[in-house]
Ligand binder design. Structure first.
Ligand code: SF4
Ligand code: SF4
Ligand code: SF4
Length: 180
């Protein structure tokens, strides 16, 4: 069997920008008042009267080639199970090199002094639960799974639906796929 490669899909046709994923993440991971691991982006395109609006729930992309790991001087930022990018809190000095290197603005400094970001809710995944944001979404816009398993829901969605990753031209190989 192939090594697992965790990924998420975000269906831009289903997301209504309700912020349930943002609040679920905050509650599940006991985030500080000013700290967010996911957020909503609304992009309006086209020309009047043919305007389009895309609503996205964004988070760390758990990049295949993560500059935030490469630049971390202490080894706190690292690649873990299924390609998930994590931060070991007690190794992090809060130097912010990773924050400067991430083009997705996916990290912030926790009041306790370490860099914090989305963990793909590995604590839940390892307990056979979906990530908090995935499980709460009322429109089922989010899916999480193993891209190395062709039968997983994320593999099927990525194969069946037109999709994009954010700033793909940077070559970091993000693992959050936005279904168009
Ligand atoms: Fe690192 Fe940013 Fe990529 Fe997440 S999105 S792995 S924080 S570079
Ligand atoms: Fe590493 Fe922490 Fe510095 Fe980020 S802030 S580069 S995780 S030591
Ligand atoms: Fe937050 Fe978990 Fe969703 Fe990441 S996977 S955005 S940590 S709820």
């Amino acid at each position: 069997m192939n090594k697992p490669r965790y990924a998420m899909t975000m269906d831009t046709r289903r997301c209504v920008g309700c912020n349930a994923c943002v609040l679920a993440c905050k509650a599940e991971n006991a985030l500080p008042a000013d700290g967010f691991r996911d957020w909503i982006v609304t992009v309006t395109g086209g020309k009047f009267p043919n305007l389009r609006q895309e609503i996205r729930s964004e988070r760390c992309n758990h990049c295949e080639y993560p500059p935030c790991v490469d630049c971390c001087p202490t080894g706190a930022s690292h690649v873990n199970q299924g390609g998930t990018v994590l931060v070991t809190h007690n190794k992090c000095t809060g130097c912010k090199a990773c924050i400067a290197s991430c083009p997705y603005d996916a990290r912030y400094i926790h009041p306790q002094g370490y860099a914090d970001k989305c963990t793909f809710c590995l604590h839940r995944v390892n307990a056979d639960q979906e990530p908090a944001c995935v499980s709460i979404c009322p429109t089922k816009a989010l899916e999480f799974g193993d891209l190395a398993d062709p039968d997983s829901r994320v593999s099927q969605l990525v194969a069946a639906r037109a999709n994009k990753t954010l700033q793909s031209e940077r070559g970091l190989l993000p693992h959050v796929y936005f279904l168009k």
